[in-house]
Design a protein around this ligand. Structure first.
Ligand code: GAP
Length: 491
């Protein structure tokens, strides 16, 4: 899929009510913040449900949580975010524009590759990796100068030094300025799970290994916002922390690495669109990490991370709060003694819901040639897995009169408890079908005059565009057969 088609996906999102730029009426909106429209919210809810059902409902040792966005500020000291959650930034003194130093260098590497200068690209990549590993900000600036990188806006090479810029948003809690405390909007949902580890374990009588899952908003002051909803300042994460006995983390890391990829593949998109990317440079808390990447129109990019986080987070919270974060393991070891008290190790799975949404749209968007002769046309169809589609079925009375709308409404009244139904009586039937194709609705039902006589309707299938006559009484069972969580969750 080309960049060209990606542009079409982005405009499709706006035209069909999937995604809008936040507060767009003011100066073209707020950068890197987006709103989900009437169809986007349905698709997003369905994707979130797919994750929740798999992680929580399908695992009897994983439970959910919904922690607050605001947390005690010491949380972020313990997690390392106050001291270490930053990106290396550089400003151009002429345009006054700020850039991520590593992004400027990555763009240069891409340019070298495009121009066939692979040696130069490799050399710069190695130098960039070394500078990032050593956190050597001066070296990043040297590389920018050596490779004669200019500001895309001013065209000059008049750069400031490279500085670290913390990505957390802060605000104040408290009525008076004097007694206000600085607090942060969470940059990840994970810490809400760590600080509640013992609350959940004790109240739920959870036995290790067990997991806690949650979905929710996270906030990062991303300087470079690119590629639509790929990198946002307000986004949604779906994270699960799996608490294990120390020494077993490798086994569980491998387990979740495989289980998570399988979950992606069950969506039914091309399996070659996914790959693992092992981390070479590990975060300070990790002893292993891998990303699941998807082949977006702009290349393979991270969608989900699986991290073996050791006991770093629970131990840091224990140290800073003075509250024990230990678990008592009554199981017996090989010497017949209980494992006793320890701080569990953690395997984390962390996926961005917005990135999942974006790849689902990219993988589903199709332009197809249909018809023949002068009837030749192209149709845009979202070939979404039916269970994810915003509307499962659209019901159309062929005309607005003769009692056809009443029959259509009656069908909806029967289906709406189980399925999101769309009703439309305007425009020619072909036009109505096309609009549903563009939303990804798997089935359309048309009520016509024959329906009044023999209680049958036409069902039209989104993917094959085939139409057939079926009894009204059969609609529900046809939908039940084609749309089921079981199909996707048992793959
Ligand atoms: N708790 C671990 C953690 O937050 P991360 O790799 O920083 O790890 C996990 O983030 C996932 O969250 C990423 O794989 C990505 O899908 C999503 N994500 C991170 N930053 C994002 C952003 N600015 N916009 C959209 N999604 C983002």
């Amino acid at each position: 899929m080309s960049e060209e088609v990606f542009k079409k996906v982005v405009s499709h999102c706006k035209e069909y009510g999937f995604v809008f730029t936040s507060s767009e009426i003011y100066d073209n909106g707020l950068g890197a913040v987006y709103d989900y429209g009437q169809n986007g919210v349905e698709l997003k809810n369905n994707l979130r449900q797919y994750w929740w059902k798999f992680m929580v409902q399908m695992h009897d040792n994983i439970v959910g949580l919904d922690a607050a966005i605001f947390m005690h500020p010491k949380t972020w000291k313990a997690s390392g975010h106050i001291d270490g959650f930053s990106d290396p930034m550089i400003d151009n003194k002429d345009s006054k524009k700020r850039y991520r130093a590593d992004n400027l260098l990555e763009d240069k590497i891409a340019k070298y590759q495009k121009d066939g200068k692979t040696n130069k690209a490799d050399e710069l990549q190695n130098a960039l990796d070394a500078a990032l590993l050593a956190n050597d900000l001066a070296q990043l600036k040297t590389l920018i100068e050596q490779h004669e990188i200019a500001c895309p806006i001013s065209g000059t090479r008049n750069w400031t030094d490279v500085r670290q810029f913390n990505l957390m948003f802060s605000t104040e809690m408290g009525a008076m300025a004097e007694d206000a405390d600085k607090i942060y909007l969470r940059p990840e949902t994970a810490q809400g799970i760590f600080v509640n580890f013992l609350n959940v374990q004790k109240s739920g009588r959870m036995k290790i290994p067990f997991g806690i899952a949650q979905t929710g908003k996270a906030f990062r002051n991303e300087i470079i916002a690119r590629q639509f909803i790929m990198r946002m300042r307000e986004f949604e994460q779906m994270e699960m922390q799996f608490f294990v006995r120390p020494g077993t983390q490798k086994k569980w890391f491998e387990y979740w690495k495989e289980a998570r990829l399988k979950w992606h593949l069950a969506l039914g998109f091309d399996k070659d669109s996914y790959r693992y990317h092992d981390h070479v440079k590990l975060a300070h808390y990790a002893d292993a990490a891998v990303d699941i990447e998807f082949d977006f129109p702009f290349g393979f990019k991270e969608v989900e991370g699986i991290h073996s986080r050791t006991d770093f987070d629970l131990k840091s919270h224990q140290d800073l709060s003075g509250k024990k974060m230990q678990y008592f393991d009554a199981d017996l070891d090989e010497n017949g003694k209980p494992y006793g008290n320890y701080i569990p190790y953690v395997i984390e799975t962390s996926i961005g819901l917005d990135r999942l949404f974006l790849y689902t749209l990219c993988a589903s968007y199709k332009e197809e040639e249909v018809g023949e002769g002068d009837k030749k046309d192209t149709r845009v169809v979202l070939a979404l897995p039916p269970i994810l589609a915003p509307y499962k079925v659209a019901i159309f009375p062929l005309t607005k009169k003769d009692g056809l709308p009443e029959v259509a409404r009656k069908i909806i009244d029967d289906l709406k408890f189980d399925y999101n139904c769309f009703y439309e009586e305007k425009d020619a039937i072909g036009k109505r079908y096309r609009r549903q194709d563009a939303l990804g609705t798997p089935f359309c039902i048309t009520v016509d005059h024959e329906s009044l006589e023999n209680q049958t309707v036409t069902i039209r299938y989104r993917d094959s565009m085939l139409q057939e006559r079926i009894p009204i009484a059969d609609i529900k069972s046809i939908l039940d057969k084609a749309i089921s969580w079981k199909d996707i969750l048992s793959k």
